[in-house]
Unconditional design. Structure first.
Length: 84
């Protein structure tokens, strides 16, 4: 995945960063030419994503980290006025 020239910042949840345990991966992330910003999805976004995942039957297949990352993506998309 080529991020150079496409991103000014990477946004994720703290749980994703906690899953990066090996030193080589952390070293690669530290060398990125842009910051990794940890954000917390709103409770409203979390509830919407969790409810939707239950309706579609995906809830059991997704980790809590996956669901929180999806909720963050949903929240950021709403902030930038993208339609869902």
């Amino acid at each position: 995945l080529e991020l150079y020239g496409r991103a000014k910042t990477i946004v994720t949840v703290s749980e994703v960063m906690a899953e990066i345990r090996d030193s080589k991966s952390r070293e690669i992330l530290a060398k990125l030419p842009f910051p990794i910003e940890e954000r917390v999805p709103s409770q409203e976004s979390i509830k919407k994503v969790f409810d939707f995942a239950r309706k579609t039957g995906d809830y059991a297949a997704l980790s809590k980290t996956d669901l929180k990352l999806i909720a963050l993506t949903f929240m950021l998309s709403c902030e930038t006025n993208e339609k869902f």
